[in-house]
Write a protein that binds this ligand. Structure first.
Ligand code: NAD
Length: 476
């Protein structure tokens, strides 16, 4: 754990292996920290808060500016560590770190973003102003699929606005962010401002119940997001909890079929399907079905499975053996429910790496809305093909989903695009874009079962989430 500016031993009796998902090799072990460790980290963050809050905003962001430079200088080393512990390709790792750097860049704009408002003479001789002030210590709890970028959606904003942080990264791939934390210290972030506690639900629960934690930023599966939201809110904390997803890609008959199918394939198979923005169900409207089916089959056949360190590889392994088996379980269930399996990735292998958690590109057709492959987040490289008679019927399918993270439409019609945007009812909407990933200056987050809270990640919401607006009314 990284507490008060030093790596410290956890009091944990237990630890978990961190395994390279391509080779099965043990990379390290991660301690499962106790409530005592969490208490020590929170105490360090509480102690660092008054001086950090009192540090001029320009100095606060200077360490973030320096961190950007250090991340850029260490890009290759960080990407390699990420590929080893997560499995994604080196290009995907580089892309992820670059998106994380964009968040830091946006957080560097805090002097402007954090400004309040003033109005003279709200009554005779009386003026009113709002100022934004930090709240104290925030907990940041993150998933395995973007081990550098997702923590950077949150903690740079929290610290730039003058708060201190306890980060609980995913226990499955916590190594790359450890380097980021070291670089942040090198960049001048004072001891205690950013602390890290490793562990699982035990550490999370201790953070949720700790009276000195003022708010919680969470990303992970919907079941955890929902229960964490209730538990943290019960003790009066602010919460933003981003959950899972089941994203539809709708393709109209007037779309550019080559571009639409290529975007759907990249969306579904990128990061081996382990993305909250992964396209999962491709809904072809009318005559789009045949040409899209054919192109998606070509796209599936063109994937090259293997170690993410091999530049020719397009799809790395899944994170763990149990997760691989879970994805396979969904494919079994889809077949049993009557969907037609036209490309089966269950027996995919990489001969040189027999211990990897391999799963090949998979395509189903005749997917019906009530099947578990249509309703549940699979988080693997599985595309479900389905048809609709009209855009309205396709949107109705989207509305049946319990999730509400992202949705995309491919069309050449401005009128259809407008109708879609108006009725989709989903938070991140793509028009002729397959992976709708808002840049750091826009809000990131879903709706319905994909999001619990009000203020999203990044954008202006981040500033609102990490500050309280105080109103000062004065008469002299
Ligand atoms: P996860 O829910 O298993 O874990 C997320 C975090 O919660 C981890 O830090 C983990 O230690 C902790 N945790 C796990 N179980 C817990 C419990 N019972 N109580 C308290 N804490 C618990 O998620 P994951 O498998 O690491 O990540 C994949 C999930 O994250 C997918 O559902 C994906 O869609 C979602 N995700 C969402 C977004 C988004 O923007 N909405 C982005 C990335 C990932």
């Amino acid at each position: 754990n990284y507490i008060a500016g030093r790596w410290t031993n956890s009091t944990a009796g237990d630890s978990l292996p961190i395994v390279d998902p391509a080779t099965g090799d043990l990379l390290d072990r991660v301690p499962l920290s106790s409530a005592v460790d969490v208490g020590t980290a929170v105490a360090a963050a509480v102690q660092a808060f008054p001086a950090w809050r009192n540090t001029p905003v320009t100095e606060r962001i200077n360490s973030l500016f320096r961190l950007r430079t250090l991340l850029e200088a260490n890009l290759d080393r960080l990407a390699e560590t990420m590929t080893r512990e997560h499995g994604k390709t080196r290009d995907e790792s580089l892309g992820e770190i670059r998106r994380g750097i964009e968040s830091i860049t946006h957080a560097c704009a805090i002097p402007t973003l954090m400004m309040g408002a003033t109005l003279e003479n709200i009554a005779a001789g009386i003026d009113c102003e709002t100022i934004r002030q930090p709240l104290g210590v925030f907990a940041v709890i993150t998933p395995y699929n973007f081990p550098v970028m997702i923590p950077l959606w949150f903690w740079p904003f929290a610290v730039a606005t003058g708060n201190t942080v306890v980060l609980k990264p995913s226990e499955r791939d916590p190594l790359t962010h450890q380097h980021v934390v070291e670089l942040a210290a090198q960049a001048g972030l004072p001891a205690g401002v950013l602390n890290v506690v490793h562990g699982n639900h035990t550490a999370v629960e201790a953070l949720l119940d700790h009276p000195d934690i003022k708010g919680v930023s969470f990303v992970g599966s919907s079941a955890v997001a929902k229960s964490l939201y209730a538990r943290a809110a019960a003790s009066g904390k602010r919460v933003q909890a981003l959950g899972g997803a089941k994203n539809h890609i709708i393709i109209l008959p007037d779309a550019d079929f080559d571009a639409s199918a290529a975007a759907a394939v990249a969306s579904a198979y990128g990061a081996t399907g382990q993305r909250c923005l992964a396209g999962s169900i491709v809904v072809s409207v009318g005559d789009a079905y045949r040409p899209i089916r054919e192109r998606i089959l070509d796209g599936a056949a063109s994937q090259k499975l293997g170690s993410g360190l091999d530049p020719a590889v397009t799809m790395g392994p899944l994170i763990s053996r149990p997760h691989r088996d879970r994805v396979a379980g969904y494919v079994d269930a889809g077949e049993k429910a009557g969907a037609t399996l036209i490309v089966d990735g269950r027996s995919a292998m990489v001969n040189a790496l027999p211990n990897g958690h391999w799963f090949g590109p998979t395509v189903f057709e005749n997917v019906q809305p009530e099947m578990s492959i249509a309703t549940d987040e699979i988080f693997g490289p599985v595309i479900g093909l389905t048809r609709a008679d009209s855009l309205d019927a396709a949107i109705a399918l989207v509305h049946r989903s319990h999730y509400g993270n992202a949705v995309s439409l491919f069309t050449r019609s401005g009128a259809a695009a407008r109708q879609f945007r108006f009725h989709a009812g989903i938070s991140m909407i793509g028009i002729n874009i397959g992976v709708v990933a808002p840049m750091a200056f826009f809000p990131f987050g879903g709706s319905r079962g994909s999001f619990y809270g009000d203020l999203k990640a990044q954008g202006k919401d981040a500033i609102e989430f990490y500050t309280d607006q105080r109103v000062v009314i004065s008469k002299w």
